[in-house]
Design a protein around this ligand. Structure first.
Ligand code: GZL
Length: 326
């Protein structure tokens, strides 16, 4: 009999012991959730080729920091192979979401199929891609580059009364902005038979290449250059340097229009060397993470979320420059 009491006592002690380990949960309260798991996002960025790109990276990484997101960042130095490698690594690490700024439009099917099979949504930012299966990405958050090209051409036609010999500095070959900014510009030029692109070449969105290509244009056809259309401000600033070094007068004898509306472009407009720039807003960090939250909550998001753009010119540069965030 005594042994039964001893066994009962030990069993009771054991339960007490166990319950003493567990925090006592007041009756009626739900058990607190385990600490919420951090959102893990893999961000594959094109590179650091321009002031615009730096501003975009700062906006997206800054927003991740602000929201306590665990962001794995990869700078591809402008090479698609590096982006594909980064995405493959993100998939292996089982990130929750992939953010991709694709350097060029094509060549993404295989790695995006792997992401889809792994159940990882892909958010495209700033540049689009060409894929046969549009389910390979959830949405694209970007500007309308064709419209930016149209805006640049319409402004230049007005500025030159529809008559100009134009040299064009293209962005990165095969990239959505280079393809579409040229498409929009040429679409408008069909209305102006006396506006002619006499030279066009890629300068890869960089200031250094913009200067180099402009030097070659000046060397080969100086007398005929009346206007420059640059697919981004960094190349336009390089072209301005080349024109000045050749003793020419950028902003006066030669009219320049570019795209991005970075701080350097406003400084050049205030100095009278750049005539106009079309904004392409890079500050998309908050929108990217708001969109990620919607996607993870199972909400339907549009396939294309368009950033609105506007044109700035010398006349309003001075009073606007102080308000610019990038
Ligand atoms: C546009 C972006 C372009 C910018 C350039 O969304 O992809 O790439 O216009 C940048 O400055 O290099």
């Amino acid at each position: 009999m005594r042994w039964m009491i001893a066994v009962a006592l030990v069993a009771l002690m054991g339960c007490k012991q166990e319950s003493a380990e567990k925090p006592q949960q007041p009756a009626g309260e739900a058990t607190p959730p385990a600490a919420a798991k951090k959102l893990v996002v893999g961000f594959s960025q094109v590179g650091a080729e321009s002031a615009w790109r730096t501003a975009e990276t700062k906006s997206i990484r800054g927003e991740a920091e602000k929201r306590g997101v665990d962001m794995k960042f990869s700078d591809a130095q402008g090479k698609q192979a590096n982006q594909i490698q980064a995405l493959t690594s993100f998939i292996a690490q089982k990130v929750d979401v992939i953010v991709l700024a694709p350097v060029v439009e094509t060549g993404w099917e295989v790695v995006l199929t792997q992401a889809k099979e792994a159940g990882i949504p892909v958010i495209l930012v700033d540049r689009g891609i060409k894929v046969s299966d549009e389910s390979l990405y959830t949405t694209l958050i970007a500007s309308d580059f064709v419209e930016e090209g149209r805006m640049a051409a319409e402004w230049l036609a007005k500025k030159t009364n529809g008559k100009a010999n134009i040299v064009e500095l293209q962005g990165t070959t095969g990239s959505a902005p280079a393809i579409d900014r040229q498409k929009g510009f040429m679409e408008v030029l069909q209305k102006f038979p006396d506006m002619k692109v006499i030279k066009t070449q890629s300068a890869d969105f960089t200031r250094a290449k913009g200067k180099e290509v402009m030097e070659a244009f000046i060397k080969s056809d100086r007398a005929n250059i009346q206007a420059v259309y640059a697919h981004n401000d960094d190349m336009a600033l390089g072209a301005i340097q080349a024109l000045e070094e050749a003793g020419m007068n950028p902003g006066k004898d030669v009219t320049l229009i570019s795209i991005d509306a970075v701080k350097g472009a406003f400084e050049a407009m205030v100095a009278g060397k750049l005539n106009a720039t079309v904004e392409c807003n890079p500050l998309m960090g908050p929108l990217v993470f708001d969109t990620i939250n919607k996607v993870r909550a199972g909400e339907k998001v549009p396939k294309f979320i368009q950033n609105k753009d506007q044109l700035f010119e010398q006349a309003n540069a001075a009073q606007v420059i102080g308000t610019r965030e990038y």
